[in-house]
Design a binder for this molecule. Structure first.
Ligand SMILES: C[S@@+](CC[C@H](N)C(=O)[O-])C[C@H]1O[C@@H](n2cnc3c(N)ncnc32)[C@H](O)[C@@H]1O
Length: 233
């Protein structure tokens, strides 16, 4: 059974989400402010809070989930926040096709699907290949925040990022269970309410490593995301 696609008419929604060329972000936001990206924004709790606190930064909130994009747009519209745009797009596709290298001042990934079963770990979004690709898109000194409720996901990201040239850990340890001024997302709140801990990680793209010295992401052959199957809005 396919889910009904909710048409999204918000002016803050970027429709036609399969760019083959980098997005024209100054035209989309109407200014040249730094760009932060939230991957997997869900229903928009986090991006709304973060964007309110940082009006001098533009936020692109993406999710592959139509209903999530719809709810995020509604929240942003109702709040009258000017510096958020929402796009329904797959994260790796956006990085590969839609964004310029070194164009992101910050990237946030909160409670990504944990794929808890060992045989499904390869489906996790954040792995070595993803981290290599992300480093290319973070500006020197740009921030990467990752949070998860799942200890094994935190461990695997910590192990993979530790060995990568180009990331600098901003925490004393590999993660912390409290990060000052970091908004609580809907999923974080759900886990906190159950008494579970959140693993927060914060890295910076090392400003001392120029992009040509970053390790190259592997060439991904035949990467496709079939938008026909997920609807048109
Ligand atoms: C578990 S939810 C967490 C939502 C939100 N970040 C929060 O903490 O409340 C994960 C979200 O990531 C989205 N997602 C999963 N894989 C994605 C991908 N490859 N690109 C973009 N969004 C993705 C899902 O649709 C879902 O909304």
């Amino acid at each position: 059974m396919t889910q009904r696609i909710i048409p999204i008419t918000s002016a803050n929604f970027i429709a036609g989400r399969t760019p083959d060329q980098p997005l024209d972000l100054p035209a989309i936001f109407g200014n040249n402010q730094p760009l932060a990206l939230e991957i997997g924004c869900g229903t928009g709790h986090f991006v709304l809070e973060r964007a309110r606190k940082q009006p001098e930064t533009n936020f692109l909130a993406i999710d592959i989930y139509n209903k999530g994009c719809h709810k995020t747009c509604r929240k942003i519209d109702e709040a009258g926040v000017q510096n958020v745009r929402v796009m329904r797009i797959e994260a790796r596709w956006l990085l590969d096709k839609g964004l310029q290298p070194e164009s992101l001042s910050a990237v946030y990934i909160n409670c990504p699907d944990p794929w808890p079963k060992k045989r499904h770990w390869s489906r996790r979004l954040v792995n070595r290949e993803f981290l290599l690709n992300l480093a290319q898109h973070l500006e020197p000194g740009g921030d990467f925040f990752f949070s998860t409720d799942f200890d094994n996901y935190a461990q695997s990201v910590a192990e993979q990022i530790r060995d990568l040239n180009g990331y600098h850990n901003m925490l004393q340890d590999e993660w912390t269970h409290y990060l000052a001024d970091y908004p609580i997302s809907k999923y974080m709140q759900r886990f906190l309410d159950k008494g579970q801990q959140i693993y927060y990680m914060h890295y910076k793209r090392d400003a001392g490593v120029p992009r040509h010295l970053l390790p190259s992401p592997p060439v991904r052959r035949g990467f496709r995301f079939d938008w026909q199957k997920v609807g048109n809005d």
